[in-house]
Design a protein around this ligand. Sequence first.
Ligand code: HEC
Ligand code: HEC
Length: 287
Amino acid sequence: MPQLVHKPKRKALLIAAGALGLVAFGALSGAIILLSGAYSTAATTQHFKVTHQVLDAGLRLSVRASARHVRAPDLDRPGMLARGVACFRTHCVQCHGAPGVAPIPAARGMLPIASNLTQTAREWPPEWLYYVTRKGVRMTGMPAWEMRIDEDDLWATVSFLTRLPVLTREQYRRLATRAEDLTCRTPTGVPFEGSREYAKVIFRQYACHSCHRIEGVVGPRAHIGPSLLEWSRRKFVAGVLPNDERNLIRFIRDPERVKPGSLMPRLEVTEAHAREMARYLLDEGAR
Ligand code: HEC
Ligand code: HEC
């Protein structure tokens, strides 16, 4: 009975065709909704409950997988908590709030809203907290901090987060007051020197692409600042300094000092980050 042999094959083919049809239908309906303008981008709308749950589960699974090789150091070393508080009050409380402290108005208008980290710290291991703080969460408004907080202080921040669940309002206030004179440290080096891929991350993490067009960096079609495409052919930096690595670094780190009245703002670029960007720009076009 040859048909019997063929039957399961036909069934599998039908299932595959059905699944493909469903995916195509989903993609098509998505495209129609998007193109018709019916999809609301307003931050005042809310997700369906199931959308929220799916996204939340997706975040956890992704973070769990990405953080599997991360190992937390001893989080109780002397001085760690104080530095963690310093970082938290400089960089995090604005969006996430703290015991007895509300997020700032801008953060209250965000979708998704930044979660209260007291609950996250109860539910997540330190390695996950570290990973998300370091890398950020795309399409949520959670920034990546690896360019702004050095490795030790990232862990110090996590050390503080793990204490959040037991802190009273008064204890937080006292810790925050004591940390007022401490600064959260920025990284001094780069993990991948000379890497063009990492240089692109640096450009994006300093918002350079919000004003400039840069080779290999995807972003808005920005022309607030001059295009930096084919940079190696330029004779001058901002029309005032000969175009070489040293001058480029100087301008990127402090435009106003090199060219008073320059519209390019100072972006607190570290020496190491400026060097990677300068080398990337000067190298490009040469290839
Ligand atoms: C500009 C606002 C903003 C700032 C500043 C900010 N966050 Fe976030 N954060 C968010 C948003 C939005 C999310 C995503 C929604 C969510 O899951 O909480 C998020 C998510 C997180 C999460 C995952 C929480 C969870 O339960 O899913 C952690 C952990 C976190 N942030 C830590 C930090 C730390 C530590 C800092 C400071 C170094 C910080 N955030 C600064 C907006 C911010
Ligand atoms: C808010 C917008 C803005 C941001 C963000 C910005 N720039 Fe600029 N940039 C400008 C403007 C405007 C100029 C022209 C300034 C001038 O000539 O005085 C400029 C000039 C420059 C120049 C010289 C261009 C030339 O034609 O000689 C370089 C190089 C440069 N920026 C690199 C960077 C890098 C790297 C970053 C990120 C660290 C950055 N910029 C971030 C606005 C910006």
